[in-house]
Design a protein around this ligand. Structure first.
Ligand SMILES: Cc1ncc(COP(=O)(O)O)c(C=O)c1O
Length: 455
């Protein structure tokens, strides 16, 4: 335990030297960050010994829960055997993890390129898609990527360009050219003012219109988060992704599934694209790949795409891209142990069953004036807060912050949309470790009721 004077000393050091993400440091002197010292299951413990149920699995990533010693043991063994070697050579855990991932992905998604994060995976996917376009259709110029408003795809310049969240982008613009944005599948605030099913999925149709207006021969790929996570838990209707898949196929446009949040059981199947019954051309992943025990990302693609990069060396068609830490043997060992745990502890099935029950219980929150809509899929949930149910005017950030603070006082860590799209940062988010127990979910529910009923 790090308490008393030791805690104060560490926080003083932190405040003097660390630059925290997404943080206004001028406020930290009055309200220092939580000092987290240990964690197990779905519980994190701060330096004062106070326990919290972490409904956000860290940052949507500690999928198998904290304290899984099988991962730690595997990592320790690998670190002693081979701590690192560049992935231009082969190593045992990376080869085995690629094989296991291919099996989980199914279909023709058999080729895995490793990165260190979700952002890098998405950047690599965009590069793959652009080069593939040039190799497979030499007379065309397929470089545009269609993404969607509200989606988050990462922090590097390419992934940020794909991101559809104005508040994350404007300070750093101009970003990378060639990224366009369509409306998300978001019935509660339909961009077209329509209602499902009479809408005929106009949000999906807009993607087709964009492809046609841009000229299909200029469009390399469409990227989707199966369920938009950080942008507010936007859960599409079941037909949406199949229709988008059909449209992209019709125009020779690749479909990239960003599974950085949706993957590894989060939506009730191993991958979000499986939840919706489609097969993308490229899949990007990170977070739950190692349950965040070590940083690792990956891009999976089909044999068909991979073969376009084959040729003689002098053809210079191979992938000219390297990440120093991509295919890191120790991170891949963590990934292997993590996949074993997901299977042994049946965590994906658990996400589907316990998630369905919890969503049903959460829906009851819609009776409070502040709650506009509760939505979710598998083990990911959003509670959209409004100032007025009729107009759907979003609740202010001050209200959202109060909800999160009150829950924290009661020992529950909730997430929230933070600086995503201007004026639409009004969603409480939950994406707990898949090991979360029924009792813990009951506690979370009770805290939500206590917090939301009189705000
Ligand atoms: C859907 C999605 N894609 C990509 C990323 C970027 O991943 P990373 O932070 O590992 O770069 C994130 C991160 O939250 C994400 O939620």
């Amino acid at each position: 335990m790090t308490s008393g004077p030791e805690k104060q000393a560490i926080l003083a050091t932190d405040l003097e030297h660390v630059w925290h993400p997404m943080t206004q440091h001028s406020l930290l002197a009055g309200k220092p960050p939580m000092l987290v010292v240990e964690a197990f299951g779905s519980t994190v413990v701060d330096a004062d010994g106070k326990s919290y149920i972490d409904t956000m699995a860290g940052l949507w990533c500690v999928t198998a829960g904290y304290g899984q010693t099988a991962i730690a043991d595997r990592v320790y063994r690998q670190m002693k055997t081979l701590p690192y070697y560049p992935h231009t050579a082969a190593n045992v855990p990376a080869a085995e993890l690629a094989r296991e991932l291919s099996a989980c992905l199914g279909g023709d998604l058999k080729r895995i390129y490793f990165t260190c994060s979700g952002s890098e995976a998405n950047d690599a996917a965009f590069k793959l898609a652009r080069q593939f376009g040039r190799l497979a259709r030499p007379g065309e110029n397929r470089y545009k990527i269609i993404a969607r408003h509200r989606a988050y795809h990462g922090t590097t310049m390419g992934a940020l360009s794909a991101t559809g969240q104005s508040e994350r982008k404007w300070r750093f613009e101009p970003l990378v050219p060639g990224f366009l944005h369509a409306a998300p599948a978001y019935c509660y605030r339909c961009a077209f003012g329509k209602s499902y099913p009479a809408c005929d999925l106009e949000c999906a149709a807009q993607i087709e219109t964009m492809i046609l207006h841009e000229g299909p021969e200029t469009v390399a790929a469409v990227i989707v988060e199966p369920v938009v996570g950080g942008g507010g838990i936007l859960v599409p209707v079941d037909e949406y992704l199949p229709v988008v898949r059909e449209i992209t196929r019709r125009y020779g446009v690749l479909l990239i599934a960003d599974e950085v949040i949706s993957g590894f059981g989060r939506t009730g199947r191993m991958f979000g694209f499986q939840t919706y019954g489609i097969e993308p051309d490229i899949v990007t992943m990170a977070k739950g790949l190692t349950s965040a025990y070590l940083p690792l990302g990956a891009v999976a693609t089909t044999g068909a795409i991979f073969s376009a990069f084959l040729g003689e060396l002098e053809d210079r068609v191979h992938l000219v891209q390297v990440n120093t830490f991509g295919g890191h043997p120790v991170a891949c060992a963590a990934g292997l142990a993590n996949l074993e745990l997901l299977a042994e502890q049946r965590l994906v099935e658990r996400a589907a069953d316990a998630g369905r029950r919890f969503l049903g219980a959460l829906k009851d929150l819609e009776r409070y004036p502040l709650v506009g809509e509760v939505r979710g899929k598998g083990m990911i949930f959003g509670i959209e807060l409004v100032a007025d149910k009729k107009t759907k005017a979003p609740a202010t950030p001050a209200i959202i912050n109060r909800v999160v603070a009150r829950a924290l006082e009661q020992g529950v860590i909730l997430g929230k949309t933070t600086m995503t799209t201007f004026h639409l940062n009004n969603v409480i988010t939950l994406s707990p470790p898949l090991v979360i127990t029924s009792e813990e979910l009951d506690t979370v529910l009770a805290v939500l009721h206590a917090t939301l009923k009189d705000l």
